[in-house]
Design a protein around this ligand. Structure first.
Ligand SMILES: Cc1cc2nc3c(=O)[nH]c(=O)nc-3n(C[C@H](O)[C@H](O)[C@H](O)COP(=O)(O)OP(=O)(O)OC[C@H]3O[C@@H](n4cnc5c(N)ncnc54)[C@H](O)[C@@H]3O)c2cc1C
Length: 382
């Protein structure tokens, strides 16, 4: 079957492109090697009908009216307060670091001014994550929350110059995880949102359990939109790009394991900052608003990434990896009639707002460059 656009990946990036382009009259095929819509944003239900996120928790937030307007065509929203706590030295702490965390550290109430006085002002660019963090919060809070966590999360110590991460700090008592103006979950879940996007796409077919390699020959196309890993597209010509992978374990919770409010843990997300093998546990019931005698928790274990075998989750934000990724990006820019888009094809961590913004932008660009009409073939205008 001849199509205008072959789109590889039914994640957020691929589906936004499919909806935008097919709504403008283009014939689109999406192929997805997994068996469901939504890529890593996919959600599903446990044996008690409670949502969970099999590829990691997804907390939607945005300050972009464009992104919000667009997604609101396919979903209603349920306002959410994303609360995270840290478990360190056997105690639950307020997190991300804010005035309450400081009060918990010193064991008494404090003022914003006092906390500001405790924080430092870095006098030089940081050499690594340890430097970036301790130059602001000192070593006490760093040891509590970041030293072991960084090692677990990235598989590299915070002293390693290859990873340099900064952290949010609030001098007031605002303990929301994010500060965006809009923070909410799709009221019927992410998968329902994606299903509505597909229904709203008039010239679209989606094929599951199908890889790019198989689809390439089966669907001759005018233009390819590729949202898979860019190194795989080029058969690892410049070596495999490193990612951090994750393993998720679902724990279904029985009524006797829940507190009086029907929850298994005190907050949506608990970060485990010591040397436990896992980094966080997430109970999405805190934000889905589902009412049930049961609940569930997903426990997240970071792991070593094996290209082609494990799922690529987090690109490593380090200079050597950036250089390697640039080689692939340059090769990508030289491919004719191919658009590389999304987290894995750009080797950039993109949150959902960023992924939607980039996809909307790219779809507009393609709609301007390509013209089509019913029954006519796609015309490319250079
Ligand atoms: C653990 C984790 C937690 C996150 N939490 C949040 C959050 O709380 N809030 C937020 O805003 N963002 C979050 N994100 C980011 C969010 O997941 C991304 O913004 C979003 O998934 C980007 O969509 P995408 O389509 O680019 O990639 P993906 O979701 O990865 O979709 C790409 C799809 O392509 C398919 N594919 C790949 N290769 C092939 C091939 N060769 N053939 C066929 N199909 C292929 C894959 O199976 C996948 O379904 C999180 C990301 C991770 C990893």
């Amino acid at each position: 079957m001849n199509v205008d656009y072959l789109i590889v990946g039914a994640g957020l990036s691929g589906l936004v492109m499919a909806e935008r382009l097919s709504s403008a009259g283009a014939r689109c095929v999406v192929v997805e090697r997994r068996s469901h819509l939504g890529g890593n944003c996919h959600d599903t239900k446990d044996s008690h009908g409670l949502f969970y996120h099999p590829y990691g928790p997804h907390y939607f937030r945005t300050s972009s009216p464009v992104v919000l307007d667009y997604l609101s065509r396919f979903t209603g929203w349920r306002e959410a307060a994303y609360r995270v706590r840290a478990l360190a030295r056997g105690k639950i702490w307020s997190f991300p670091i804010n005035l309450r965390t400081y009060e918990e550290l010193i064991g008494r109430e404090a003022t914003e001014d006092e906390f500001r006085g405790y924080l430092k002002t870095p006098d030089r660019p940081p050499a690594n994550s340890r430097d970036a963090i301790t130059s602001i919060i000192g070593t006490d809070l760093y040891d509590l929350f970041f030293r072991d966590y960084t090692l677990k999360h990235w598989g590299r110590p915070a002293e390693d110059p290859s990873v340099c991460q900064r952290i949010p700090i609030r001098t007031n008592r605002d303990d929301r995880y994010f500060t965006d103006s809009f923070q909410a979950m799709p009221d019927e879940g992410y998968t329902a949102l994606f299903e509505r996007m597909v229904v709203a796409s008039p010239h679209l077919t989606v094929h599951f359990n199908m890889s790019f390699e198989e689809a390439r020959a089966r669907f001759p196309h005018r233009h390819l939109i590729y949202t898979g890993p860019i190194d795989a597209y080029f058969h690892y010509r410049f070596g495999a790009l490193p990612f951090r992978t994750l393993r998720f374990e679902l724990e279904e919770k029985q009524p006797h394991e829940l507190d009086g409010d029907g929850h298994a843990q005190v907050a949506l997300q608990i970060n485990y900052t010591g040397m436990e093998a896992f980094t966080r546990t997430v109970e999405v019931k805190h934000v889905t608003g589902q009412s049930s005698r049961y609940s569930n928790v997903v426990r997240e274990y970071p792991d070593r990434y094996v290209p082609g075998k494990s799922e690529p989750y987090y690109p490593i934000p380090a200079p050597a990896e950036e250089q390697q990724a640039d080689l692939y990006r340059q090769a990508g820019a030289e491919e004719r009639d191919v658009t590389f888009l999304g987290r894995m094809a750009t080797y950039r961590y993109l949150n959902m707002e960023q992924a939607v913004t980039l996809a909307l932008h790219k779809a507009d660009e393609l709609r301007r460059r390509h013209r089509w009409a019913d029954g006519e073939k796609l015309k490319v205008e250079n």
